[in-house]
Design a binder for this molecule. Sequence first.
Ligand code: PMP
Length: 390
Amino acid sequence: MALSQRITTLTGGGSDGWDLFLKARAMIADGIPVTELTIGEHDIRTAAPILQDMHRSAMGGHTGYAMVPGTDALRDQVARRTTERTGVKTTRDNVLITPGGQSALFAAHAAACDPGDVALYIDPYYATYPGTIRGVSAIPRSIQTRAEDAFQPRATDIAAAAEGARSLLINSPNNPTGTVYSRATLEGIAQVCTDNDLWLISDEVYDSQVWEGEHISPRALPHMAERTFVVGSMSKSHAMTGSRCGWLIGPEEAIANLITFATHTTYGVPGFVQDASVFALSQGAPFEAEIGAPFARRRAIAQRVIGAQNTVGLIPAQGAMYLMLDIRATGMSGDDFADALLEAEHIAVMPGESFGAAAAGHLRVAMTIEDQAFEAALTTLCRFAEARAT
Ligand code: PMP
């Protein structure tokens, strides 16, 4: 039976760079010890008190269908967090609880784009972005950023690509680059969105992981709340990746329509997961800082290791759990370097190319192993690069 174009062409074809990841996993399955710096997942598990709360809720009977938009308690909690951190008055009517940020990204594009509409996104990008856009039968159009700008997008580049587009997807703090968009960058983006009547879809799942500068939600910029969706998640801020709990914030009318959409797609998020999320969020910013602390520590290690040599460059790494390393001095592509490093040193990192053409000649390193092993792997990576640069 023939399948739809939408489903069979979702990834756009070609290699998506996950070959490296799969090769590393195959080596591990063969008993070869590999240092894995590939995946954006904490090396700690969800904290015991959160799991205890989830258990309490489930044992208390919250195991039936939960309210599709999310429980009142969780929607209120997310609204409160948003109001407190951005200054934009937000109520439960602005909040849809979703099965993770990924589902919120899909819902936002479904709300913004009709089939055949152009949806903009920034390159380098988180792996699912173009497929998410294709998933709603819209057409992904990328906007390249530059290593020399530390991958901050230029408003002029976005404006040049905006003709006929309906939406723009941005992500700060950024995966894969670790860049935190500056106020100037976000003001430029807001202007382009207003000038071209674009929806702005702002992926802020790393909002609690900022090591330099400040996280600014573009929804807080003048006149932006009416055209902005914000994607949030418990995954990164609370080490709850497997719980699949996130949210979408947007204008009331959009959220009302998206509740209907959720009824016909996800039918909501388990009640016990939502209750545990209320508990987790009620721990406040100090708990989120604790979850992010290992990444801040490892970033400092990386700055020291990389500062001691001249071959590998470090994109400032202002936020999130990743480093973007510039290995162009070796003359190798990110793909070739990552493959050679895995073969020779059994260290797995993601080639920049797997996140888009703008990250060619770079590597993404996830700071998701314990400090000593992380420092050792980074030191080996730098020596490996130095040997190839001569
Ligand atoms: N956005 C970005 C930038 C991400 O890195 C991720 C997860 N790696 C997600 C969204 C989706 O995360 P989740 O669905 O677990 O919330």
